[in-house]
Ligand binder design. Structure first.
Ligand code: DGT
Ligand code: CA
Ligand code: CA
Length: 571
């Protein structure tokens, strides 16, 4: 099996770290780190270079001895020095070095001076006040260490999109080593939550013991927390944690069901099993000692008298009762989507000309798309913003005249002013196919005033869709306080629709709001608000959230053919 440069670099780095902890000459550990960077920077694999007869010691950062060691790694897949260091080093000491604020040098120092060889020792010397007496260890560092000991990992959630990029690359890496068997990401990732706490990967493999090592050798692994025969946990460089489990084929379905969750769904399923005199766990569904199901999720649901429940619904929000009556919603899927009703061009702050955006939408199989560059009041004044909008309308007419593959609609995303009026006059709005109203300023009004403001905007009969009602930017702006129930009810009374924005940095209509909208009979437009042709592909993230909100194709405006969409948009 070929050894990747990233694996070689990881081995060299690990050796450097252990050398440092073990108190070796710093020159030595630095040399390994330098070599690691050099290997990472190679234009092709070290293996290929060696085969071609390249002398690695001629490369900057790699001396004679290191060149020999790298050649040995390429030949055997193993790094002798690292193996020896690993055996010698105490794993506890490495864990101490990993504590934020400590690092290998200090870990070594407290080992030598205070005999600290474990996390428990460390806790003791901190509480007895011995640590702070050491040179360079003030009360501040002591506080930091105590904090780190109490909660080793801060809860940080990752956006689904970011987690997905990491997950796909990692799954490729794991799969490329599988002769047979499967690898899949379960957990909140599979349930398509808009953010995930960690990645839960399930694999089947004939060589279970090899899987953990494979994961540990992944180039983006920063830290290996545990590595056993059937499970391993690592932290990637981004801080994203990965929990890996290996299971046998016959319990794959049970393990997948368990690991997909949610926990609440699992508990409810287990109780349902108990009511039937059965036992459900991650190994299977059992009647006494006999396994009656386990290889697939389908057979487990069926054995419990339930319809297969899509992962997006597994939140214990009533889905189990409906699955028992075979009445689960038929969720909307990406292939149902016929157009995108909210995209931008370089007439606003998008990257691409209208023609390019329209062509890109056509290439995605859409039959319509709506250009909704927003009204830019700031710095322009009403006159020029309106004029510009009229010229944009002409441009869209020209593009429609040139091609009949796809219909380009004329729209605008208009700001809702603080008092609920709109930022463009009705005279202009009446010229458009679609007016989307959005809150883009004054997020700090009281809940009462904010709600009133939004409802007033929907009083305007030109407004067909309300977007960004809570203006939530994950990790940036706190959600603006709005009484969503009243907003949804008001939308219903006025024949207005709600937008579910597919851009996950701004899913202000969350899955629960989508579900509430459906319950009140308000339809939803799933839109990307794309600023570039590539962002049109974000549609699938919007569909994910719509599915989590139980939406069916009939609940979503842009699953319908254009004539129906036009009817829905006309109030
Ligand atoms: P996350 O990572 O916070 O976004 O959410 P999850 O749902 O991925 O949670 P995680 O990673 O802690 O656990 C993965 C799955 O494992 C979870 O969805 C259900 C299952 N699980 C974890 N702990 C328990 C438990 O105590 N009981 C049961 N029945 N299942 C559990
Ligand atoms: Ca998880
Ligand atoms: Ca987990």
């Amino acid at each position: 099996m070929p050894v990747h440069n990233a694996e070689i670099a990881a081995m060299l780095d690990q050796a450097a770290e252990l050398l440092e902890i073990g108190g070796a000459d710093p020159v030595q550990s630095r040399a390994y780190r330098r070599a690691a960077r050099a290997v990472e920077g190679l234009p092709t694999s070290a293996e290929t270079m060696l085969k071609a007869g390249v002398d690695l010691s001629q490369l900057p950062g790699i001396g004679k001895r290191l060149a020999g060691e790298i050649a040995a790694i390429v030949a055997t897949g193993k790094f002798d020095l690292l193996e020896r260091l690993k055996n010698a080093a105490s794993a506890e000491l490495a864990a101490i070095a990993a504590i934020r604020g400590l690092g290998p040098k200090r870990a070594k120092l407290i080992h030598e001076k205070l005999g600290v060889g474990s996390i428990e020792d460390l806790r003791r010397v901190v509480s007895s006040g011995r640590l702070r007496k050491l040179r360079g260890f003030g009360p501040k560092l002591e506080q930091a260490i105590l904090g780190a000991l109490d909660k080793p990992v801060v809860e940080k959630r990752f956006k689904l999109r970011d987690a997905e990029a990491e997950a796909m690359a990692l799954i490729d890496w794991l799969r490329s080593d599988l002769e047979q068997g499967r690898a899949l990401v379960a957990g909140s990732f599979r349930r398509r939550r808009e953010s995930v706490g960690d990645l839960d990967i399930l694999m089947t493999s004939a060589q279970a013991s090899r899987v953990g090592n494979r994961l540990a050798a992944y180039e983006n692994v920063a830290h290996v927390s545990t590595r056993g025969a059937k499970r391993a946990t690592v932290v990637l460089r981004s801080g994203l944690r990965v929990d890996l489990r290996v299971t046998a084929e016959e319990s794959y379905g049970a393990a997948l069901l368990y690991l997909t969750g949610s926990k609440a769904h699992n508990v409810a399923l287990r109780n349902r099993a108990l009511e039937r005199g059965l036992k459900l766990n991650e190994h299977g569904l059992f009647h006494g000692e006999r396994r009656i199901a386990g290889a697939t999720e389908e057979e487990i649901y069926a054995s419990l008298g339930l319809a297969f429940t899509p992962p997006e619904l597994r939140e214990d929000r009533g889905e189990i009762a409906l699955a028992g009556m075979n009445m689960l919603p038929h969720l909307v899927s990406l292939s149902d989507i016929r157009g995108d009703l909210h995209i931008r061009s370089n007439w606003g702050d998008g990257d691409a000309p209208i023609a390019d955006m329209v062509a890109a939408a056509a290439a995605r199989g859409y039959s319509y798309v709506c250009l909704t560059d927003h009204s830019r009041r700031r710095g322009f004044g009403h006159g020029s913003a309106a004029e510009r909008l009229l010229r944009r309308i002409d441009e869209i007419d020209r593009i429609n005249a040139q091609s009949s593959r796809i219909a380009a609609l004329k729209g605008v995303e208009v700001d809702i002013l603080a008092d609920g009026r709109l930022d463009l006059p009705d005279k202009i709005l009446s010229r458009l196919d679609l007016v989307i109203a959005a809150v883009r300023s004054k997020f700090d009004l009281s809940r009462e005033r904010q709600t009133e403001r939004i409802i007033r905007a929907m009083d305007n009969r030109h407004v067909s869709i309300l977007a960004h009602p809570t203006s939530r930017l994950i990790g940036a702006r706190a959600p603006c306080e709005v009484d969503m129930e009243r907003v949804i009810l008001a939308a219903h009374e006025r024949g207005c629709h709600l937008e579910l924005c597919a851009r996950l940095d701004r899913p202000d209509l969350g899955d629960l709001h989508a579900q509430a909208a459906k319950a009140m009979g308000v339809k939803v437009a799933i839109s990307t608000d794309a600023r570039s042709t590539a962002e049109l592909d974000d549609m699938r993230y919007g569909v994910d959230q719509a599915r989590r909100g139980w939406l069916e194709p009939s609940d979503v405006i842009n699953t319908r053919p254009l004539p129906e969409v036009k009817k829905l948009l006309a109030r």
